[in-house]
Design a protein around this ligand. Sequence first.
Ligand SMILES: Cc1ncc(COP(=O)(O)O)c(C=O)c1O
Length: 415
Amino acid sequence: MAFATLAGCQQQQGGAPVASTTQYSSSDFDAIISRLNTNSVKWDGRTAVFGTDDVIPLWVADGDFAVANPIQQALLQRAQHPIYGYTRHPHELRQLLVNWQSQRHGWAIEPDWLVTMPGVVPTLYAAVKALTNEGDAVIVQPPVYTPFFSAVTDNNRRLLLNPLKNNDGHYEMDFEHLEQCAKQGAKLLLLCSPHNPIGRVWTRDELLKLIDISNRYDMTIISDEIHADLVYAPHQHIPLLSLDDLSDKLVTIFAPSKTFNMPGLGMAFMVASDPGLRAQLVSEFKTLHIESNNPFTLTAVQAAYAQGADWVDALLPYLAETQQQVIEFIHQHLPQIKVQSSEGTFLMWLDFSSLGLDDKKLHTFLVEQAKVGLSAGISYGKGGEEFMRLNIAAPRAMVLQALDQIKRAVNKLVL
Ligand SMILES: Cc1ncc(COP(=O)(O)O)c(C=O)c1O
């Protein structure tokens, strides 16, 4: 795919010099930066996933945007010091995280509640081990981010599925069914908030209903809030643990990965206000010896939370506009695909069922005919059949080019 041919796109090389300004505009996100030969999973991993590198990759939830200038500068400065030894957590970090949650989500957390982890998925795995025994049931709500399933099954726990209800494209939780699952003795629910892949931002009312059920059946809820900072107005993310006056069995996990586009650096924060629950989780984490982080991650995370807010503030309207243009394009040129706007995340959930292709044929069609690499809906479990997840965290021209290729392929499709 020769992106150099895309009209109107500013070209920039991967190792471009760092600009001195910290003011961002949409042209920062329009810049097409080659990620080839960086061992990028999204780009260099295409052949392994799609059998060819001739696809526009809009799959794994990793963005194609340069990180905020202060993050680049902090990393360059750290790299210039030639010793990369064991590194303690900067003293300022906890307060930066407390400030971030207070400013972005109006959520007051105590510094002591925070536990640093190398990623969200390791935290989910460790939490399943800490809070349940082999054979216990754990509830997940498909279609949902794939590791939610494996965190349960890889640990020899039992999956209890509480599928989301799809009301003509608007997804809701099925509380009646959830109560049935809770009655079966599930001790743990893994919540995705905002929800990947369907893009819902759960309302206060929905979270209160969830907490009510968890209280009545003595169930802990672990809320994966990795997408929390990428929410479109008027929707508002409510950290689950901000409702901790209602339950002492709530845990929120958040991370800088999606917010600042640095998922490769790996870091996450588990927050539990109840000392007993926190101790239970921490003692499991200790058995895995996963508390430490590398000097580059710590440097980048500190710069991000201290100086990355204006970048996030510029990214959000860019993503909102891309989402709007995707919806308009689909309505005008691809009426066969059903789409709703996502309330949060940079992920969009496309319903291809009217093409009448099964999941295997849909995958082959998109790869071979449209030359576009999306994430198969079926990989998110029940309810994902004949859907595809589109990652719009890429220069808008690239996303629209992918849609144009899908349009041309659909127009040629002989059913
Ligand atoms: C909901 C959700 N949780 C967790 C992750 C990955 O987290 P980490 O890379 O910190 O393990 C992702 C990445 O796409 C995600 O969408």
